[in-house]
Design a protein. Structure first.
Length: 118
């Protein structure tokens, strides 16, 4: 499975963004998909999770400001965030879990930079 993110860039504080993640390859094996982010000097953190049935989870840091969705027909996952803050600045990564035997393999995209200016 290959994952390619897009939609990052420079956004002013208070603004919004929409990121996309397009999956290719053995996409029929994809289960849950995730958005993570990593700011300089910080650990990678979960931003959103969406299962194959559409159930979603968010950490408190973005809850109420983030929406995640997926279009299985287009093999694409989206992240929309509003009320952006400078602390949302990070590289945003898409990942996907695929069924592999009794377990899962996790694939990662290369990331897309989001910079929020104050």
């Amino acid at each position: 499975v290959q994952l390619v993110e897009s939609g990052g860039g420079l956004v002013q504080a208070g603004g919004s963004l929409r990121l996309s993640c397009v999956a290719s390859g053995s996409t029929s094996n994809i289960n849950a998909m995730y958005w993570y982010r990593q700011a300089p000097g910080k650990k990678r953190e979960l931003v959103a999770r969406i299962t194959s049935s559409g159930s979603t989870n968010f950490p408190d840091s973005v809850k109420g400001r983030a929406t995640v969705s997926r279009d299985n027909a287009k093999n694409t996952m989206y992240l929309e965030m509003n009320s952006l803050k400078p602390e949302d600045t990070a590289v945003y990564y898409c990942s996907a879990d695929t069924q592999y035997g009794l377990g899962y393999l996790t694939y990662w995209g290369q990331g897309t930079q989001v910079t929020v200016s104050s």
